[in-house]
Ligand binder design. Structure first.
Ligand SMILES: [Zn+2]
Length: 596
């Protein structure tokens, strides 16, 4: 490689996250070439995307084949990455930002070293453990940490507010001859609220300070555009959400069982239920596999904010406890997961690898313990997102209502039946007003800043563009797989969008009486390369699903131990749970000592 007169260059490439029709699959790569011709790369997020049911695929992932080494599962051959990345930075633990990690590992890829916050790291570890897999190499980082991500790339972490705790934004500066060349800020999903109910919050002063300190000849902010509709509803904030939810419950004294389906990792929204339960002087039950994982990831990360309100014991004990007059179940199912699979008979049973959320089971009268009747009040706080739960969400609520439950919804773009609407929750993403206010202040610090709208469908990204033009901030609306050169005060497209763009996608094959081949009871996960419209191109590999259910393999023991440890005090609990969790707990103790 030429050792002199190389042209310095910083290139940003979105592999996913700015999709033609739906949100998800967030992933971007930042590549910097210095004056000696040396090229280094880092990656941000590696999420999955909800696929339309008719596609036959359960989820899709950004195609990052050229960035990771891979061992072929059948031949054992190792393929070296054409464009290796030094590190992978994770903004937060939502599925659309981390969901592809486990799937890439299953496909035989080696993930680069990961940098993530405490909760994010613990959540990823537990997710891998639940599938009986070894977690990837991960280092815990926090706001203020500056990571040398290469000879000429530095990344500083900042706190951002979001519906999940411990969310980070990343401010990357590339260098040329020791001087800042470009600065790229990736906030992930974020809110500008400065006081979140649990954990760290966005701090505008710190954020602006960081921007000032890392100013480069070109500064770019990748802006969450999920909720920047021009006439979006006003935010009500945490306290009002608690008050409104409490009032909905108090106005219905005969409804003795309250069901609140949540997005399992949106801890800040669960905090609303917890605060309401405290006001009601009752205990809550968390129902659903992912809520269990969230609870343990919180405990491992030192967040015991919900501990006093969570019922210690079994669900049978909880439901029959005469001392608790108003029962409050926080459960999975905000997106009615599993409903379509059930309708199309894709094999839902105790060992099925197709997840069915707790609220979906209740709606279908398949829940082993919770029966829906006229004593039930359902708090449907999650808004309907057309491409995710547009078809299943309303149907699940109607099924619950048909069994006697009363449904109260947070108003959104869609009304369902004649269900009463009360605003009980805000979006986890900044609205147009908040983004405008923040960027007006940012402009004071970095007048020539350029915004790239991300994490939205094309219409949402254009909304952000419009807001920015109102306050005189330049924008660049990008697409997936475009190579954007960031330098000399501008963004130039140097690599047009590849056509056709491809995703990797997973398909679940279950045994049927007419199966032509031997398929284990747990089913097989097939990985395919697919087009943008989810048309299969080629099969990459297949792996067996992990065994589920009791008395079956490693995972069942792990789950059983967690259950047995449930009623023990925190420290004791951690010691008695599975080896993997113990390892995580010990590591945390060590890190705590080190940081003291
Ligand atoms: Zn998110």
């Amino acid at each position: 490689m030429a050792k002199s007169k190389a042209k310095p260059q910083t290139v940003l490439k979105f592999i996913g996250g700015i999709n033609k029709d739906r949100i998800g699959g967030n992933c971007s790569v930042l590549e910097h070439t210095d004056e000696t011709g040396k090229t280094e790369r880092i990656m941000f997020d590696l999420g999955s995307m909800f696929t339309p049911y008719e596609s036959g695929f359960v989820s899709a992932y950004p195609n990052v084949d050229e960035y990771f080494d891979r061992t072929d599962l059948t031949t054992g051959e190792t393929h070296k990455a054409a464009k290796p990345v030094n590190m992978l930075f994770i903004t937060h633990a939502h599925e659309d930002h981390i969901g592809a990690l486990i799937n890439y590992t299953k496909m035989g890829y080696k993930l680069p070293p990961i940098k993530a916050s405490g909760f994010t790291r613990n959540f990823i570890r537990l997710s891998f453990a639940a599938e009986g897999m070894e977690a990837p190499e991960m280092e815990k980082i926090k706001a203020g940490d500056v990571i040398e991500a290469g000879d000429n790339i530095k990344v500083e972490a900042v706190n951002v507010s979001h519906s999940i705790i411990d969310s980070l934004g990343f401010n990357t500066v590339t260098y040329n001859k020791g001087k800042p060349y470009a600065s790229i800020i990736n906030n992930g999903d974020f809110l500008t609220e400065e006081e979140m109910p649990v954990g760290n919050s966005f701090n505008k002063k710190d954020y602006l300070e960081t921007l000032k300190r890392t100013k480069a000849p070109t500064t770019v902010i990748c802006m969450d555009s999920t909720s920047t509709t021009p006439h979006g509803s006003e935010r009500i904030g945490f306290n009002k959400a608690v008050e409104n939810t409490y009032n909905v419950i108090m106005e219905r004294p005969s409804r003795s069982l309250i069901i609140s389906p949540v997005i399992s990792r949106s801890v800040q929204n669960m905090a609303i239920d917890i605060a309401v339960a405290r006001k009601l002087n009752t205990k809550v039950w968390l129902d659903g596999k992912w809520l269990e994982t969230v609870k343990y990831a919180m405990a491992l990360s030192g967040y015991l904010d919900f501990d006093d309100v969570i019922y210690k014991g079994s669900i049978q004990g909880y439901l029959s406890d005469k001392g608790i007059s108003r029962k409050y179940i926080i459960c999975t199912g905000a997106f009615a997961q599993g409903l379509e699979n059930y309708e199309y008979n894709l094999g839902i049973d105790a060992t099925s690898p197709i997840p069915m959320a707790s609220a979906t089971k209740m709606a279908l009268d398949l829940h082993p313990y919770v029966k829906i009747d006229k004593n039930v009040l359902v708090l449907a706080r999650q808004r309907i997102i057309e491409e995710i739960n547009g078809r299943t969400g309303p149907k699940m609520l109607q099924l619950l209502a048909s069994q006697g439950a009363e449904i109260v919804m947070t108003p959104g773009s869609r009304h369902v039946s004649n269900f009463k609407e009360v605003q009980m929750q805000d979006s986890g993403h900044a609205n147009a007003k908040a983004v405008k206010l923040l960027m007006t202040d940012v402009k004071e610090v970095v007048p020539d800043i350029i915004v790239i709208p991300i994490h939205g469908n094309p219409e949402q990204c254009r909304n952000t563009e419009e807001i920015m033009s109102e306050i005189g901030v330049k924008t660049y609306v990008a697409g997936n797989q475009e190579g954007l050169e960031i330098g000399q005060g501008k963004i130039v497209n140097i690599e047009p969008k590849i056509t056709p763009l491809t995703w990797y996608a997973a398909k679940i094959i279950m045994p049927t009486p007419s199966s032509e081949r031997d398929i284990p009871a747990e089913g097989i996960r097939e990985y395919w390369e697919v087009t943008e419209d989810y048309q299969p191109i080629q099969k990459i590999c297949e792996v067996q699903n992990p065994a589920r259910g009791y008395n079956r393999g490693k995972y069942s023991n792990h789950e059983k131990k967690l259950e047995q440890a449930e009623s023990l005090p925190y420290r004791e609990k951690m010691r008695k749970t599975s080896k993997r969790i113990k390892k995580a707990y010990d590591l945390r103790k060590k890190l705590d000592k080190r940081s003291r």
